[in-house]
Design a protein around this ligand. Structure first.
Ligand SMILES: [Zn+2]
Ligand SMILES: [Zn+2]
Length: 243
């Protein structure tokens, strides 16, 4: 299983980059985790968009889902010119404002999840855990052939998330805040907490992402490394982690 970073900013994209978007793949298929602002352009740069059939949205904040809308036009045009046959499946939580807009004719199809069900998406066994965020938001765990990736989405500290992430081969963890900012922005983790989460969950590797727009990003890694002594990677466009 491989993980590729497409976008990694929190809130909004800096020039020539994107907010949350990651691709999980193996030889057979791919799943996209989140498609925030700026992500579609970068996704089409690094992937054949017509091979992407499944997108999981962690929650309905713009930095995680808003490029679904231009993607709906992409799917429409690609179907019209015969390059795409099927609609794109969009897995989302329920949201009264946005859920209805995820289905678009024959071009995108909404599949709602909550904490309960387990989905088999082309052999990727996918489960969800509600996190500690300002709106309904979910962490996602994807397993295939003995390997597992956990993506936190957006969250503040949660003991349940430690259990959910136990022994993962890779934890993709938000680090929106520098240490010392704990509690300053509701619903997010500091870099030190990301390290603590990785350590307590005994994961093998930690990928820090969902970066703030101030401060020195390298410092996030240093702060996480106080708690997590194994490999820590800072998210970077087109970075691929092989598991
Ligand atoms: Zn976010
Ligand atoms: Zn959010």
């Amino acid at each position: 299983m491989n993980l590729k970073v497409i976008g990694y900013w929190g809130a909004y994209p800096e020039p020539d980059s994107a907010t949350s978007c990651y691709v999980i793949s193996d030889e057979e298929s791919k799943i996209v985790l989140d498609i925030g602002s700026g992500a579609l352009s970068k996704l089409t740069k690094y992937e054949n968009i017509n091979k992407i059939n499944d997108i999981i949205i962690s929650h309905f904040h713009y930095d995680h889902f808003v490029d679904i809308y231009p993607l709906q036009f992409n799917s429409m045009i690609q179907q019209n010119i015969g390059k795409r046959k099927e609609p794109i499946n969009i897995y989302t939580p329920y949201d009264p404002n946005y859920s209805d807009t995820m289905d678009y004719k024959t071009f995108t199809k909404n599949i709602m999840y909550n904490q309960g069900p387990i989905f088999d998406i082309n052999g990727f066994i996918t489960t969800f855990l509600k996190t500690n965020h300002v709106i309904d938001s979910y962490a996602v765990k994807v397993k295939k052939i003995g390997k597992s990736i956990v993506y936190t989405g957006d969250t503040a500290w949660s003991d349940e998330l430690v259990d959910f992430s136990k022994n993962a081969d890779l934890l993709i963890c938000e680090a929106s805040l520098f240490d010392g900012m704990k509690g300053k922005v509701e619903g997010h983790l500091t870099a030190g907490e990301a390290g603590k989460l990785a350590n307590e969950a005994n994961v093998k590797k930690l990928l820090l992402t969902h970066f703030p727009h101030f401060g020195v990003i390298e410092l996030l890694k240093k702060q996480a490394s106080k708690y997590f002594k194994k490999e820590i990677i800072l998210a970077e466009e087109n970075k691929t982690i092989k598991l």
